[in-house]
Design a protein around this ligand. Structure first.
Ligand code: GAP
Length: 444
């Protein structure tokens, strides 16, 4: 495997993620389940930090947005109305020899099995919704689906939110949650999953306002990409042509990221017109129009949808942060996270773990910081050099060390500690009393 080849990069990210507790194969002890991954302690912290940034930026930080948390299970008529039952499908062929299944739109030679060279059977449409039974009866009346997108949970609650809050147009709903797709070929680590998480906004506008709102969200999506520390030079906006757009969309921009395995979709921004509200209105017989009191008119709002895959955000953040360099005389691999997303903001250590006076002072500093900055780690394993390397590997931006000068061995330095910067390896001395505000400023 050559250095910096796609396989090398993916192997590095996958093995570091597993070794250091970011991402594990789903139900690994039973041999795994294709298309599922479990987030470990550091992965969960990183994911929560990303979700919090998203929620603050797109829900709490705005006056025109309302947060939602709708059920994963929905009345199955929802998916008939949206067209998912009939049309949420990918083209599939099965190898007549090895019985493996492939997405035919992803292979060049549609007649030959890419794995064993056997003959591929006829192409058919494979519906990607995951079916389940709801309730005690196991017949066709109890069939439901695990939602394939979070979006519909917001469309079906449009009227509820309007009736509760009487929002002025334009306004939107935002939601973070799981979605499920029975992908034919889950692959590329957490890129194509069967159980995934989405962060979606449905932003309702008057038809005449859609272009302005689309542009506003295009800019906002780029602001988010930068805020979570994704390498913006590897992100490309791609206008999707008429033939390739989803049936409900009049304009779509895909935000694509240069993954090691190719430039592929990270996020989507779509103008969904009034498709969803009109269809749900018709099918449910519930009037989903909006009355604009000022203009004295009633209409079905149009919708702009910025859709963010959370797992793809994780992958792009990890790939953007992964860095190899040489520090001192030895090579190092580390995660150069923006401090805002780093799962651990600061590690606190006593210089020596067998000196009770150092340990006790370090515990004091740790407890003081943890009160306001919960993502702090106590680390007294091995020597200081090894601790720094371990913290670098998980992307901890600062390491604080309590030494004899802290205790007053050099009187002028009493009550100061060293704080080491992950990226440069430089250490400076800082008063314990200044630590909290310094770290808080960096993680904003
Ligand atoms: N509501 C619109 C919608 O769901 P989509 O393009 O099908 O649109 C939105 O999905 C986002 O969800 C994608 O841009 C991607 O980030 C993420 N996504 C879609 N399928 C995925 C999968 N199988 N695994 C991981 N993420 C996925």
């Amino acid at each position: 495997m050559t250095k910096n080849s796609p396989a090398y990069m993916m192997e590095k990210i996958t093995s570091l993620s597993k070794r250091r507790g970011f991402i594990y194969q789903g139900s690994e002890i039973y041999g795994g389940l294709a298309g599922t991954y479990d987030y470990g302690p550091l992965g969960t912290a990183l994911k929560n930090n990303i979700k919090n940034i998203w929620w603050r930026m797109f829900v709490d930080g705005r006056d025109d947005m309302y947060g939602m948390d709708a059920s994963i299970l929905m009345n199955p008529n929802t998916w008939v109305t949206t067209g998912h039952v009939q049309g949420f499908a990918d083209p599939l062929s099965e190898c007549t020899k090895c019985k493996r299944r492939f997405r035919t739109d992803q292979i060049d030679d549609k007649t030959k099995c890419p794995e064993c060279g056997g003959e591929l059977g006829p192409e058919r449409q494979f519906n990607m919704m995951l079916k389940t039974q709801v309730g005690a009866m196991e017949d066709s009346s109890s069939i439901s689906y695990l939602r394939p997108e979070t979006a519909q949970g917001m469309f079906v609650n449009f009227k509820n939110v309007v009736d509760s809050f009487h929002p002025k147009m334009p306004f939107g709903l935002g939601q973070i949650g799981k979605a499920f797709r029975n992908e034919i070929t889950p692959r590329d680590f957490i890129f194509r999953l069967r159980e995934l998480e989405q962060m979606e906004v449905e932003y309702f506008v008057k038809e005449s306002d859609w272009q302005r709102a689309f542009e506003e969200w295009r800019v906002a999506m780029n602001t988010f990409i930068k805020a979570v520390g994704i390498d913006t030079t590897r992100v490309h906006e791609v206008e999707i042509g008429d033939a390739d757009r989803a049936h409900y969309s009049k304009r779509t921009i895909d935000f694509e990221f240069e993954y090691p395995f190719g430039q592929k979709e990270l996020y989507g921004l779509a103008y969904r017109t009034d498709f969803d509200l009109s269809r749900h209105s018709e099918a449910s017989k519930v009037d989903l129009s909006y009355r604009d009191e000022e203009a004295g008119e009633r209409f079905i709002p149009h919708c702009i949808e910025p859709s963010f895959g959370l797992d793809r955000t994780m992958l792009a953040v990890l790939l953007s942060a992964y860095t190899e360099d040489t520090m001192g005389d030895s090579p190092r691999e580390y995660l150069k996270f923006h401090p805002r997303v780093a799962p651990i903001k600061t590690a606190v250590s006593p210089l020596l773990k067998n000196k009770p006076e150092l340990v006790s002072k370090a515990r004091e500093v740790y407890t003081m910081l943890k009160k306001d900055i919960p993502q702090i780690m106590w680390d007294d394993n091995g020597n200081v050099g090894k601790r720094y390397r371990r913290q670098d590997e998980i992307g901890t931006p600062f390491c604080v060390t309590i030494d004899f000068d802290t205790l007053g061995e050099t009187p002028d330095l009493k009550d100061t500690v060293t704080i080491r910067d992950r990226d440069t390896g430089e250490q400076k001395r800082m008063l314990i009393g200044d630590l909290k505000s310094y770290i808080m400023e960096q993680i904003k």
